[in-house]
Design a protein around this ligand. Sequence first.
Ligand code: ADP
Ligand code: MG
Length: 263
Amino acid sequence: MSAAVPAATDRLGRIRIDGVSKSFGTRRVLDGVSLTVEPGSVIALVGPSGSGKSTLLRAINHLETIDAGSITIDGNYIGYTRHGDRLYELRESEVLRRRTAVGMVFQNFHLFPHLTVLENIVIAPLSLRRADRPAAEARARELLARVGLAEYAEAYPRRLSGGQQQRVAIARALALEPAVLLFDEPTSALDPELVGEVLAVIRELAHGGTTLIIVTHEIGFAREVADHVVFLDHGSIREQGPPDVVLVNPSHARTRAFLRHPT
Ligand code: ADP
Ligand code: MG
């Protein structure tokens, strides 16, 4: 970036991924991935099964260590701190604190089955933020209204449909007011008729100023909401750019092949 252009330092949610590599055993799953995500932008991360999409999201959310490179969110290293050339792992308490800047929504919802919808949402603010209970509950009810589930606060997750559970999971992620929200195939476990209600909630968020990275096979949706599309293939970014280029008229044969069968 040119020094003459003032940086938008007032907005949170800038992600810098720089030369990130990761292997499981001898298998290199991420191979020198670099990507800068501007605050408030919406990234669709697409690519074949096994290309490393979940591993990359998990690394951004401190759920996976990396072997090389670095990831920062608003200048804070994820999982590590760097002194000169060396990476030092952060203390667990610091990892927990930094992780709250990032929310994550998983394919299979991961709600706590033994807690009501409301308790699922307030548990993190109460334990990690030491929020007071009345304020946390009021905020949780606001979030439930926002995802269209105001009347389900006292219900247990098993009574909800998959689409409703996923909307609770989104409300739960929002309760910590993360600067970055990661979605890992949020609709792939849902019956087709429930996909739309979850995409509608994500579509609302896309206009809200939170940085979103969405792993999805819903190519039409990606094209509609994303500012930028990244195509990952064998652990490397093969192609990236505006949705109408990458998803409509891609330059690479691998991208074209993926778009014919996006699974
Ligand atoms: P995607 O989300 O694009 O389908 P993943 O990031 O889940 O891909 O996985 C990339 C590759 O890494 C796959 O070959 C997967 O089997 C492997 N992998 C992922 N997690 C682990 C793990 N914890 N241990 C070993 N291999 C893993
Ligand atoms: Mg995955």
